[in-house]
Design a protein around this ligand. Structure first.
Ligand SMILES: Nc1nc2c(ncn2[C@@H]2O[C@H](COP(=O)(O)OP(=O)(O)OP(=O)(O)O)[C@@H](O)[C@H]2O)c(=O)[nH]1
Length: 359
C-alpha cells in the first residue's frame, strides 16, 4: 500500500469543512451572478424593443447576442447549478459585449456609461483572482479602442475618453478593495473557525482526532455517504503494558510514547484512512474501502513497524508493543457491532500474549 499521508491541516480541512461558511461564500457569488444576469436581460430587452428601429444594425445585433448569451448562462445555471461553467459563459459574453459596445459607441455615443458596471460584476461574481484577470482584459482592449489605431470604431471626444477612463479606474479600485477585504475576512473567519473546531475535535497530546470527531463528523459522514466507505475496516489498537512504561520511566515518557505511536500510525496509513485517539492508550483506525483481510495486513504491518522503531528519547531506547483487534463494517455489520467486534478481538489479543493482531 502506498504510504502518502496528508498534512494535518489538509486532514482537518477535508473532514471539518465549514459548510455554513462555504455556503455563505458561494451564495454571495450565486446571488451576484443571478442579479447581474437578470438585470442585464431586462435592460437588453427594454433597449432592443424600444429602440430597434433607430439603433444601427450592429448595435441591435450586439444587444441581441448579449441577451441570448446571458439567458443561456442563467438557464444553464438553474439546470446544472454549475456556477463555474455558467460564469465562464457569462464572462465571454461580457468580454464580447464590452468590446462591441465600445466599438459601436452605443446609442448617441453613450456606450461608455454602460461599461461602469463591469468591474463590480467581474469582482463580485468571479472573485479576486479571475475578477482581476477579466477586468485587466477589459481595460486593455477598452484602452486600445479609445486610444489605439482606427479599426472602424466610434471616435469619442478627448474629454469624454479621459473622464470615462478616470471614473472607470476609480470603480475598478473600489471594486478591487471591496473584494480583496471580503476575501481576506472570509479566509480569516475560515481559519479561526477551523482552528476552534480542530481544538474541540482533537487530542491535545497527539494531535489526532478524538472521540468527539468520530461521533460528530466521521460517523455522520460515513452514514450519509456509505458508498464511499463500505466495506470499511476498523483496527482497534492498544499499547501493551503502558502502566509499566509510566511507572518505570515517568509520565512524560509515557506521553512521548503516545505521540510516537500516533506518528507511526499516521505514517503507515493512506490519505483516506483516519486514525483517532479513542481513549488513554487506545487508538481506532478507520480504513475505508478495505476488506477484513486487507486490514489484518495493515495492522500486522503497523505492529512490525512499532517493533522495529522503538521510542528513542534522551539517548534512551524504549521498546514497547501494541495489540490489535480488527473488524469489518459492511452492509450487514453496522458500525456499532463492528466496533464491539474490534474491541473483543483486541481483548483476545491482550489475553493471548499481547503484541499481536487478532481479527
Ligand atoms: N503518560 C500517560 N499515561 C496515560 C495517558 N492516558 C492514560 N494513561 C495511563 O495508561 C495506563 C493504562 O493502564 P492499563 O489500562 O492498566 O493498561 P496497560 O498497562 O497498557 O495494560 P494492558 O492494556 O493490559 O497491556 C494507566 O496507568 C493510565 O494512567 C496519557 O495521556 N499519558
Amino acid at each position: 500500500m502506498k504510504v502518502d499521508h496528508l498534512s494535518s491541516k489538509e486532514i482537518w480541512q477535508k473532514h471539518l469543512q465549514l459548510e455554513g461558511l462555504h455556503n455563505a461564500h458561494q451564495k454571495h457569488r450565486v446571488f451576484s451572478f443571478i442579479a447581474m444576469a437578470v438585470t442585464a436581460i431586462v435592460v437588453f430587452i427594454i433597449l432592443i424593443t424600444a429602440n430597434f428601429r433607430t439603433y444601427p444594425i450592429l448595435l441591435t445585433a450586439t444587444l441581441t447576442f448579449a441577451l441570448i448569451g446571458m439567458s443561456v448562462a442563467l438557464f444553464l445555471y438553474f439546470k446544472t447549478k454549475d456556477l463555474t461553467k455558467t460564469t465562464l459563459i457569462s464572462s465571454i459574453v461580457i468580454l464580447i459585449l464590452v468590446f462591441l459596445l465600445t466599438y459601436t459607441g452605443g446609442n448617441e455615443n453613450t456606450a461608455l456609461y454602460w461599461l461602469m458596471f463591469s468591474p463590480l460584476a467581474a469582482y463580485s461574481i468571479f472573485g479576486i483572482y479571475f475578477g482581476s484577470i477579466l477586468t485587466l482584459s477589459l481595460v486593455s482592449y477598452i484602452l486600445f479602442l479609445l486610444y489605439g489605431p482606427d479599426i472602424g470604431q466610434t471616435i469619442y471626444g478627448a474629454t469624454e475618453k479621459s473622464r470615462f477612463f478616470a471614473s472607470y479606474c476609480v470603480v475598478i479600485l473600489f471594486a478591487f478593495i471591496n473584494e480583496f477585504f471580503r476575501d481576506k475576512s472570509f479566509a480569516t473567519i475560515n481559519s479561526i473557525s477551523l482552528e476552534q473546531r480542530k481544538k474541540a475535535n482533537s487530542d491535545s497530546l497527539s494531535g489526532l482526532p478524538n472521540r468527539r470527531f468520530i461521533d460528530s463528523f466521521l460517523l455522520p459522514k460515513i452514514t450519509t455517504k456509505q458508498e464511499n466507505f463500505l466495506p470499511m475496516s476498523l483496527i482497534m489498537a492498544d499499547i501493551d503494558e503502558f502502566k509499566i512504561i509510566n511507572d518505570t520511566y515517568g509520565h512524560d515518557i509515557g506521553d512521548a510514547a503516545i505521540i510516537h505511536v500516533a506518528q507511526l500510525f499516521k505514517n503507515q496509513i493512506r490519505n483516506s484512512d483516519v486514525v483517532a485517539r479513542y481513549g488513554g492508550e487506545e487508538f481506532l483506525i478507520f480504513l475505508p474501502k478495505a476488506t477484513h483481510i486487507k486490514a489484518l495486513e495493515v495492522a500486522e504491518k503497523i505492529r512490525c513497524s512499532l517493533t522495529n522503531s522503538p521510542l528513542t528519547i534522551n539517548k534512551q531506547i524504549i521498546s514497547f508493543t501494541c495489540s490489535f483487534g480488527v473488524a469489518e463494517v459492511n452492509d450487514i455489520v453496522p458500525f456499532d457491532q463492528a466496533l464491539k467486534q474490534a474491541d473483543e478481538k483486541l481483548y483476545q489479543a491482550k489475553n493471548s500474549g499481547k503484541n499481536k493482531v487478532v481479527g
